[in-house]
Design a protein. Structure first.
Length: 197
């Protein structure tokens, strides 16, 4: 094919792609809209970040930083919740990178895993605390994206929303979630076997 025809064909393909795109609104978020977004999503976002990072003080800092970053840029979106989680996930990743260690601090008091409250049976409180510690430790052993996919699924996000938040394909989200569940199962099984010995 001649260079002229290949260039013309590329231009035609580019025009078709541009014609098929849905227009996306480019907006700088206003202070009132940011306040409303903060009111609606800050508690869920904080819970997600506590589980992701493993402690409440860092999670609170990341929530503040995420909303600050959200207001500094012009965004091309219709889904503010996904953008907010994407920005928060990036901030959390930056925070974890600053720690420069393989593990994250564990804060059992603020861990947002909801377990049924025991009915006052002796030793149940200790068993509950040990279970929370084991689950948190298993979560911290996952890769950042696996942990985020598992936690976002537990928070009720759809596969497509998680894909937008993590900037991956829905198939990758399914793989991350599946691999994360399997790895946690193996880790918890090892802990169980070790405790029995």
């Amino acid at each position: 094919m001649s260079p002229y025809l290949s260039a013309r064909l590329r231009n035609l393909r580019r025009r078709r792609r541009q014609a098929n795109r849905v227009p996306v609104i480019s907006i700088i978020i206003e202070k009132e809209a940011a306040a409303k977004l903060f009111e609606e999503h800050s508690s869920m976002l904080l819970g997600f970040l506590i589980k992701l990072l493993g402690n409440k003080p860092d999670a609170e800092d990341v929530v503040q930083e995420a909303f600050g970053r959200l207001m500094k840029r012009t965004w091309k979106t219709r889904n503010w919740k996904a953008i907010l989680y994407r920005v928060a996930t990036n901030c959390a990743y930056d925070t974890m990178r600053q720690w420069k260690s393989g593990s994250t601090p564990i804060d059992l008091e603020t861990l947002a895993l909801e377990l049924p409250h025991p009915d006052g049976q002796p030793g149940q409180e200790l068993i509950r605390a040990e279970l929370v510690a084991e689950l948190n430790w298993a979560l911290q052993q996952l890769s950042f994206n696996q942990r985020a996919a598992v936690l976002l699924t537990l928070d009720g996000h759809t596969t497509r929303e998680i894909a937008t938040i993590l900037k991956v394909t829905p198939g990758t989200v399914r793989n991350l979630r599946s691999d994360g569940h399997e790895r946690m199962r193996l880790i918890l099984h090892r802990v169980e076997v070790t405790n029995e010995c």
